[in-house]
Design a protein around this ligand. Structure first.
Ligand code: SAM
Length: 246
């Protein structure tokens, strides 16, 4: 069927690719990717010879009309990113928007995403979470962003780089206070690990050890719900007394 197929690719382990993604990449008329070298490796690992075209922030506006034209001609185009699910801290939002606005079809080929992979093993509450992507690089802007997120009654999920991790955790310690944090690193790869602690502790650890290598997801547990302040405690006791007609 003609349309844009948005396909998830591995976040490290090359075996994490669905049968449907392999079939669709093989059958597509064109694969839109961030970096043809990165996607080229994935294609050659599966013996796929479909032509590729780069679609990234710098050429997106120029490439989009051509993509729409090809879709209107009835072609099947596949969108992938370097790793994981397109549009999740990766290009593609404007393309999907434009394809929908043109009344053409968009199909999902779901698969890996680092944020879901991290949430699935970190042991933080997952009933409600806020994915915040990458925080600003500069400390001032990062703290402002964290201030805004502080009252959100949900688990917070961030993408971060090794060299910035310690400074980011230090800002979290200062702004968010002692909320439990999980640092998930190198998911699906040989050195996959999850480290837990308070932001101040973890920041000190990474400061001492030096910047960790590889790719990182930082998960912050929700603000404590089970620590009512004194006024809340009185109200709760009053309610209990009433409920039990003491
Ligand atoms: N679209 C991707 C997804 O669905 O996860 C994310 C792309 S974003 C540009 C790349 C960031 O994702 C990395 O900087 C890191 O924070 C996170 N990431 C990607 N692969 C990872 C992995 N194997 N382990 C931990 N984090 C990863």
């Amino acid at each position: 069927e003609p349309g844009l197929y948005v396909a998830a690719t591995p976040i490290g382990n090359l075996k994490d690719i669905t049968l449907r993604v392999i079939e669709t990449l093989r059958a597509a008329d064109l694969i839109l990717c961030e970096d043809t070298r990165v996607t080229g490796k994935l294609l050659s690992a599966h013996g796929i010879k479909t032509p590729m075209k780069a679609y990234h922030d710098h050429n997106a506006a120029r490439v989009r009309p051509e993509v729409l034209e090809r879709l209107e001609r009835g072609e099947r185009l596949c969108l992938v990113s370097d790793a994981g699910t397109p549009l999740i801290s990766d290009p593609g939002y404007k393309l999907v928007r434009a394809v929908r606005d043109a009344g053409l079809s968009v199909f999902t080929l779901p698969g890996p995403s680092a944020m879901v992979a991290a949430l699935s093993i970190a042991g933080a509450p997952t009933d409600r979470f806020l994915f915040a992507g990458f925080l600003p690089v500069r400390s001032g802007a990062r703290r402002t962003e964290l201030e805004g997120l502080k009252p959100v009654p949900a688990t917070l999920v961030f993408y971060e780089s090794g060299p910035r991790l310690a400074a980011c955790l230090a800002d979290m310690a200062e702004v968010l206070g002692p909320r439990k944090v999980a640092v998930a690193r190198e998911l699906t790869k040989i050195h996959e690990e999850v480290r837990e602690g308070l932001p101040a502790e973890l920041s000190a650890v990474y400061m001492a050890e030096g910047a960790p290598k590889g790719e990182i997801v930082v998960i912050v547990h929700p603000p404590a719900e089970d620590a009512p302040d004194a006024a809340d405690a009185e109200a709760i006791i009053a309610q209990l007394l009433e409920d039990h007609s003491i």
